[in-house]
Design a binder for this molecule. Structure first.
Ligand code: ADP
Ligand code: MG
Length: 429
């Protein structure tokens, strides 16, 4: 076998958090990019997919481990395609594409020839002289592709390149790119695409790499050996989608604390959304295919997975091999009155969610049963960063209020336990 184009060995990435703590984003990533393959990288939102891509591109350095390029030069022969490109509004399509060639020391004539050839190839023929504002979103993204392809990269890295486009436009561009690849009209030797669409991965890729979260490790790799062009109705296609769905929803059994990254975090899901899911599952009785459910809800995995994760965390549903079903508690919940639901939720949350348990514990310690919301944000911020801390506390407060473990006063931004004694001593905000 020829030497891999790019190989990563034991790659770790650690970020400094505000407050001096460190967070491990990537851990022990071993990955080889081989000639002739399209690789899809999938993983939960915030797991580190973009970070990994930037490291492969040589735009970020790993904290530990090595990235080796066949060319021997960091980042050489690699081009990146982003979700949306910053095109220069005062430049024409052709000028925007030629920017990609600036560093190559070509003559004006050579640059022009090269740019026009790629513009033609990517389906923008006749628009060389147009300005970005005259183009549709899909065509602007084509200009971005052209800018990346014009350097004849060995490896094309794409970070959710189709996700800002509407469905039809995305499908068009996806097909056109695949056509260039299959017909070998581009000299590109390998493509890596980060995506949150399992279907997109199974449609395009020869191998799917699935990342876990907190920190990201390679949780699984799935070879996809179907011939192109692939049919989404093909049962083997559907089976692969199911398999990957199952792998993505599998809970990490590895204790996250080991890496020093973080305390258990809760998926940012409101209690109302959770109830919605449980009711839906109740209607279906038995097990339901998660992928089917996503379709039914018209939701992307990214939007939908956190709700499933929350249901699992609270022990109200369980997921296996791409199917989800209610647990006994989950069924009780779905059948119960509003009041009873709150009780079930409370029991499950207190038993299974240490962060919420801790909040309640601290509130009970206070003689007036009150604490500032900021207090909890501050503590969490050290381990998960500012934005995530806000999200976590929002979610925990929502869960706590719903299950009547505590109340929240919007004005004083305080959490408080509703007891008569607490009411008496509570400061009027
Ligand atoms: P994904 O692309 O999978 O959504 P990212 O690679 O963008 O995830 O981010 C992974 C994690 O790393 C996130 O928790 C994010 O907050 C964190 N992160 C990314 N870049 C930085 C940075 N420059 N400094 C600190 N944390 C970062
Ligand atoms: Mg990303």
């Amino acid at each position: 076998m020829p030497e891999p184009l790019i190989s990563l060995q034991g790659v770790h990435k650690v970020y400094e958090m505000p407050g001096g703590a460190t967070g491990t984003v990537l851990e022990a990533i071993d990955l080889e990019v081989r000639e002739g393959e399209i690789l899809a990288i999938l993983g939960p939102s915030g797991s580190g997919k973009s970070t990994l891509l930037r490291i492969i591109a040589g735009l970020a350095a790993p904290s530990r481990g090595t990235v080796r390029y066949r060319s021997g030069v960091v980042g050489q022969g690699v081009a990146l395609v982003f979700q949306s490109f910053a095109l220069f509004p005062w430049m024409t399509v052709q000028e925007n594409v030629e920017i990609g060639l600036r560093a190559q020391g070509l003559t004006t004539k050579e640059r022009e020839r090269k740019a026009l050839q790629v513009i033609d190839m990517i389906g923008l023929d006749g628009f060389e002289g147009a300005y970005p504002k005259e183009l549709s979103g899909g065509m602007r993204q084509r200009v971005g592709f052209a800018r990346s392809l014009v350097v004849d990269p060995d490896v094309l890295l794409m970070d959710e390149p189709f996700s800002a486009l509407d469905v039809l436009t995305a499908e068009n561009l996806r097909r056109d790119l695949l056509d260039l690849w299959i017909e070998r009209r581009i000299p590109t030797k390998a493509i890596i695409i980060v995506t949150h669409s399992i279907e997109e991965a199974v449609y395009l890729a020869d191998r799917a790499v699935i990342l876990s979260r907190d920190p990201a490790r390679i949780a699984a790799q799935v070879p996809i050996t179907l011939q192109h062009w692939r049919e989404r109705e093909d049962h083997r296609f559907v089976q692969l989608v199911d398999q990957i769905y199952g792998l993505l929803t599998r809970r990490e059994t590895h204790p996250a604390q080991q890496s020093g990254r973080r305390v258990q975090t809760v998926p940012p899901v409101r209690s109302g959304a959770l109830s919605g899911l449980l009711e839906l599952l109740e209607d279906q009785d038995e097990r339901v295919d998660l992928y089917w459910l996503g379709e039914e809800l018209s939701l992307d995995v990214e939007d939908f997975l956190p709700i499933v994760e929350a249901a699992e965390l609270l022990g109200l549903a369980k997921v296996a091999e791409g199917d989800i079903e209610l647990t006994e508690e989950g069924r009780n919940y779905a059948d119960a009155s509003l009041l009873r639901r709150k009780e079930i939720f409370r029991d499950q949350a207190l038993e299974r969610c240490p962060a919420l348990q801790n909040m309640v514990h601290l509130l009970r310690q206070k003689s007036n049963g009150r604490m500032n919301r900021e207090f909890f944000v501050d503590i969490l911020e050290r381990s998960v960063g500012a934005d995530e801390a806000e999200r976590q506390v929002d979610t925990l407060v929502d869960w706590g209020r719903y299950s009547e473990l505590f109340a929240y006063d919007q004005e004083s931004r305080q959490l408080y336990i509703e007891t008569e004694a607490a009411e008496e001593t509570a400061p009027t905000a």
